[in-house]
Design a protein around this ligand. Structure first.
Ligand code: HEM
Length: 476
């Protein structure tokens, strides 16, 4: 087994309690960019423990950084035109990064997130009808129902109760999936399923040095034992969901018109999905459909507690515009501050912090030659904090996303959901869910940070607060 050296602990910029500066000037926690790139083994270790700690100052200052590393040539793109070239204009010449696919395939199979070429095109076409704006809007009452259950449950806790906001958000987003995409249930306790997914991301979701070095798959990957148990829970839930719905359809009973039915019908139709593709996509929607949105909400709650002036502004919007209205039918596009807070949280802590590609044939990106061995990385984490693209990039300032300012944000400088043909299929679903849940929470509660806990972002496929997010729940 490769033994990795101990490197100096990563320095973080001060967090909420570490600074005496005025609230408006403080910056939320993030690893301090390195002065020099990591050496080979240091890079392998950082990729395994927390990949957002590999970035140097140059990455946040230069539009393109090309480097030969122990894992091959890497091309880090933060130039909007070059990003458009890779993700949109010449997208056919790029496949997903092999490392990311290797991490995701064991759990998610060959679903739309990991598939390539014709298989991807067929799947994306088959799934598109499940994500039309009209269908997503039809999920609003179900999302409001989940929000109401959360508010009722929290109301029973004492004022000042300590909660793990990250865990709470994971449960609530799984419940949303349960009532929308898999509307006759997830076939597993949300808590057990959430724990299994977190464990999967914590084990298989970490970049193994053997994978980074492209060593053969038959070499055992040590340290991934715990993932087997998590995968078994996850797989059982997926199989039960499919079997239950198949039985319902076979009996000729009316099944909910949700994604699950659409997937099974797509399997039946002539040009539809193969059985393993149906299974892979169910797994994909459970995994991709809740962790990311849960993280968006956790980071939004953290940032609002970190910057109480924005929390007050948000409370004012919710009190004045939502009041006691029923969120099931409320026009969510009126909540411009709520949306701006969420978009700013997605900027500072993008739940999908790296988008990776590998060229199929040679290409020239902004004058630089790249070949099939080059790992092309578009890191929303770096891009969203890039000095050439943002004013005071480290600062939490949702006003960047208020309606008029929003028009000035370059389409390819802000990529929480990616871009081009492989853009997130669930972006509309996630935004609707995040806005509704944040509004429902803010209407009744105010969450504060707890003393003695330092919040640190950690990348395990998604970007989440390391060790959870303890917060104090106060009634408004
Ligand atoms: C805030 C929440 C979310 C974020 C930040 C997010 C982010 C992303 C990003 C960046 C990609 C593109 C990856 C790439 O180009 O390599 C992606 C793809 C994808 N996302 Fe999301 N996502 C979110 C929510 C969701 C939800 C709710 C669903 C499903 C219900 C979903 C399903 C997918 C799928 C299936 C793909 C693959 C699309 C394809 O390759 O054709 N995501 N997501």
């Amino acid at each position: 087994m490769v033994s990795l050296p101990r490197s100096a602990p990563v320095e973080f910029v001060p967090d909420a309690r570490g600074s005496a500066r005025s609230a408006a000037r403080r910056v939320p926690p993030a690893p301090l960019p390195r002065e020099k790139p990591l050496g080979g083994l240091g890079l392998l270790k950082a990729l395994r423990t927390n990949p957002i700690t590999i970035w140097t100052r140059t990455h946040f200052e230069e539009p393109i950084v090309l480097r030969d590393t122990i894992i091959g040539p890497m091309c880090i793109l933060s130039d909007p035109a070059a990003i458009k070239h890779v993700l949109v204009d010449n997208a056919r010449n790029y496949r997903k990064g092999v490392l990311q696919t290797r991490v995701l395939r064991p759990g998610l199979g060959n679903g739309v997130l990991t598939a390539e070429g014709e298989s991807w095109r067929t799947q994306r076409r088959a799934l598109a009808p499940a994500f039309t704006p009209r269908l997503i809007e039809s999920f609003q009452p179900a999302m409001a129902g989940v929000a109401a259950t959360l508010v009722a449950r929290w109301s029973e806790l004492g004022d000042g109760a300590r909660i793990d906001a990250a865990r709470e958000m994971t449960h609530v987003t799984l419940e949303v999936l349960e009532r929308t995409i898999f509307s006759d249930g997830l076939a597993s306790e949300p808590a057990a399923l959430a724990q299994a997914i977190t464990r999967y991301l914590d084990t298989l979701g970490r970049v193994h040095p053997f994978d980074a070095l492209d060593l053969p798959a038959w070499l055992p990957r040590f340290g991934q034992g715990r993932s087997k148990e998590a995968l078994a829970i996850f797989n059982l839930a997926v199989d039960t969901i499919i079997a239950r719905r198949r039985e319902l359809l076979a009996r000729g009973e009316e099944a909910p018109r949700d994604l699950l039915t659409l997937l099974l019908e797509a399997q039946i139709s002539q040009n539809g999905l193969a059985p393993d593709e149906v299974r892979a996509n169910i797994a994909t929607f459970i995994a991709a459909g809740h962790e990311t949105t849960a993280n968006t909400l956790s980071w939004s709650l953290f940032l609002l507690a970190f910057a109480p002036e924005w929390r007050e502004r948000l409370e004012q919007e919710i009190d004045e515009i939502v009041g006691d209205a029923d969120l099931a039918s409320f026009a969510l596009d009126r909540l411009v501050v709520t949306k701006a807070v969420i978009e700013e949280a997605l900027r500072l802590y993008p739940p999908a912090p790296s988008i990776t590609r590998q060229p199929i044939g040679e290409d020239v990106i902004a004058g630089h030659k790249v070949g099939p061995r080059t790992r092309v990385v578009i890191s929303p984490f770096v891009l969203h904090r890039h000095r050439l693209l943002w004013d005071e990039p480290e600062r939490f300032d949702p006003s960047r996303f208020l309606p008029e300012a929003r028009l000035c944000v370059d389409r390819f400088a802000y990529l929480p959901f990616g871009a081009g043909p492989r853009i997130c299929i669930g972006a509309g679903f996630a935004l609707q869910e995040a806005i509704l849940l944040l509004a429902a929470i803010t209407r009744r509660f105010r969450l504060d940070l707890t003393a003695g806990h330092e919040v640190r972002p950690v990348q395990r496929v998604t970007l989440r607060p390391q060790g959870g997010l303890p917060m104090l729940l106060r009634r408004r």
